[in-house]
Write a protein that binds this ligand. Structure first.
Ligand SMILES: [Zn+2]
Length: 209
């Protein structure tokens, strides 16, 4: 019996890479959902791709020992009113994150613009919490090291949801779906694998400092 037990334990260890995020709770927030599709460009619907990236990132974080919460795990928004639906959706996301007392949140979005030459990943943070800038910097440095086309970090205080957040974190615009190159890359599992590996490593680097 003991042998069997220790064997299965070894097997579990073999699946889990490391415990670098053991005890850390991270809230992943896939932007948009339901009637709110977000940006749509060249066959990518933002709400769907946000969820794909979120799930792929979640499994990487779990493999590092983290607890992972999701603001949504399917195609719906979180609004509880029909009046000012978007505002209600964002407020409820912030409420969930705050009440969880997690260590960090990461919002996942995709960019789109009328200029098809704009490309690259970009991190946004709200300066209300001092820690946010540090998270943005560490994760951005890690992403720059691992991926091409990482744009400069942007301090952005206007996003409605982020005014309410008491938990530190950042928003990642994971690329411009209006750009043919970014759009193509985001549809490749290999690229998303590189992307989520780099984000997970960035989170790890932040907590190890
Ligand atoms: Zn978005």
């Amino acid at each position: 019996m003991f042998f069997l037990f220790s064997f299965s334990l070894t097997k579990t260890h073999a699946i889990i890479n490391d415990y670098s995020l053991l005890g850390k709770a991270i809230y992943l927030d896939a932007g948009h959902g339901g009637i709110d599709a977000g940006a749509i460009s060249n066959h990518i619907v933002e709400k769907d791709m946000n969820l794909v990236i979120t799930y792929e990132l979640a499994s990487k974080l779990i493999a590092k020992g983290a607890y992972v919460y999701l603001t949504r795990d399917g195609d719906y928004d979180l609004s509880t009113t029909t009046y000012n639906r978007k505002r209600s959706d964002l407020y409820n996301r912030a409420k969930l994150i705050n009440e969880s007392k997690c260590d960090m949140f990461i919002s996942i979005h995709l960019n789109s613009t009328t200029s098809s030459s704009w490309r690259g990943l970009q991190i946004f943070y709200n300066s209300k919490l001092e820690e946010n800038e540090k998270i943005a910097k560490v994760i951005s440095d890690t992403l720059t090291d691992k991926l091409n086309n990482v744009r400069d970090i942007k301090k952005e205080n206007t996003y409605y949801m982020y005014k309410f957040l008491k938990v530190p974190g950042i928003l990642i615009e994971a690329g411009f779906i209006s750009n043919a190159n970014d759009n193509y890359l985001l549809r490749q599992k290999d690229y998303r694998n590189k992307l989520t590996d780099a984000i997970a490593l960035g989170i790890e680097n932040y907590f190890s400092n």
